[in-house]
Design a protein around this ligand. Structure first.
Ligand SMILES: [Zn+2]
Length: 89
C-alpha cells in the first residue's frame, strides 16, 4: 500500500540550468578560467597600535570584459559565462 504524501513541499523544478558546462572543443568539464580585464583592486587596511597592518577586506571593480576559458585547451567559453555565474556558489 502506497501512501500519497499530501501537500508535500515539492520543490519546484526550477533548476532548468542544471546541465553542466563542457568544452565543445576538448570535452573538458572540470577546469575553467575566468579572466577579467581592467580590474581595480582596492584593499582596506587598518594600522594596529604596534605599527603592523591588518587587511580589513577588499573590493574589486571590473571595468573591462570578462572572458571564460576552457582550463584545458583554452577555448573561449564566454557564451557560457552567465551560466557559470548562475551556478557559482
Ligand atoms: Zn577545451
Amino acid at each position: 500500500m502506497e501512501q500519497q504524501p499530501r501537500n508535500s513541499p515539492r520543490r519546484l523544478a526550477e533548476h532548468t540550468k542544471t546541465a553542466r558546462i563542457s568544452c565543445p572543443i576538448c570535452g573538458n568539464d572540470k577546469e575553467f578560467l575566468e579572466v577579467a580585464d581592467g580590474v581595480i583592486l582596492t584593499s582596506h587596511y587598518i594600522q594596529n597600535k604596534d605599527g603592523s597592518f591588518t587587511q580589513d577586506g577588499d573590493e574589486s571593480e571590473i571595468l573591462g570584459d570578462i572572458t571564460l576559458f576552457c582550463g584545458d585547451c583554452g577555448a573561449d567559453l564566454t557564451e557560457y559565462h552567465q551560466h557559470f555565474l548562475d551556478m557559482l556558489f
